[in-house]
Design a protein around this ligand. Structure first.
Ligand SMILES: [Fe+2]
Length: 265
């Protein structure tokens, strides 16, 4: 186990902005919005205009409400400070520019303080449909809208807080499955239909079609089954899990903590 976190976990929108980051500090950058080229803004616009008509039909209600709240537009790449100004009063979350992939400790530290590590680069036009690493499209269109939902935001912050205190690689890998099958590829049943809330589904047309066409098997969410299902990162998902409400994953995370994390200090 790591020592107790040096930060105090944000518990309300008001205190989230003042949590200093320690492990993540070397990875924080400024977003230079003025440096984006017209072509980069055009790529963003094409991605958003192509994706949103589908998501208006396929995404869950909470995602669409969050999307409207944070003010994303096809007209230009998002300014993360402006996104955060809209988001923070709602749930305490913000979108914080980082330089790339973060080590576990830095990543979980940011989640625990409701600061989502957000890429600022945008994919090339030659790679519109697939990139191996998250860019600003995946992070802001895929992840950030759900952070406007209180229960989802509380779940994700608690996930980060718990994982921040863990050094056991096998335990982190198992808890990583819960992240994968919720935050990245989560589904929810609404009005008799399977809707999306996971960022990997939001930002991938191929994953979306696989779900809607029945290629991907959709099972009812079960913590035991999620924890027992290894993650496959380089192929269309064969099985995903649908929740009934966001309370379910909030409770599942607390259940996982009680069952798997050996020491509470
Ligand atoms: Fe992601």
């Amino acid at each position: 186990m790591k020592p107790a976190p040096l930060i105090t976990r944000a518990t309300s929108p008001a205190d989230a902005a003042v949590c200093p980051l320690v492990h993540a500090a070397p990875y924080l950058i400024e977003q230079n919005s003025g440096a984006y080229t017209p072509e980069q803004h055009a790529v963003w616009g094409d991605l958003v205009r192509k994706r949103m008509p589908h998501l208006e039909e396929w995404a869950c209600l909470e995602y669409l409400e969050g999307f409207a709240l944070i003010g994303l537009t096809a007209d230009h790449l998002p300014n993360l400070a402006e996104v955060s100004q809209r988001l923070r009063p709602r749930t305490g979350w913000s979108a914080v520019p980082v330089s790339g992939f973060l080590p576990h400790g830095a990543f979980f530290e940011m989640l625990s303080s409701r600061q989502f590590p957000t890429a600022t680069w945008i994919r090339e036009r030659t790679s519109l449909d697939y990139i191996p690493q998250p860019d600003i499209f995946h992070d802001t269109l895929g992840h950030i809208p759900m952070h406007a939902h209180q229960v989802f935001g509380d779940f994700l912050a608690h996930y980060g807080s718990v994982c921040y205190g863990i050094d056991d690689h096998d335990l982190l890998e198992r808890l990583g499955r819960l992240f994968w099958y919720t935050v990245e590829f989560g589904l929810i049943r609404q009005s008799g239909k399977v809707k999306f809330y996971g960022s990997g589904v939001m930002s991938s047309h191929g994953e979306s079609l696989a779900i809607l066409q029945g290629v991907t098997e959709v099972r009812d969410f079960s913590l035991d089954e999620v924890l027992a299902t290894p993650v496959k990162v380089d192929e269309i998902q064969k099985v995903l899990f649908a929740i009934e409400s966001f309370d379910q994953i909030y409770e599942a995370m607390h259940d996982a903590e009680r069952r798997l994390v050996p020491v509470h200090v």
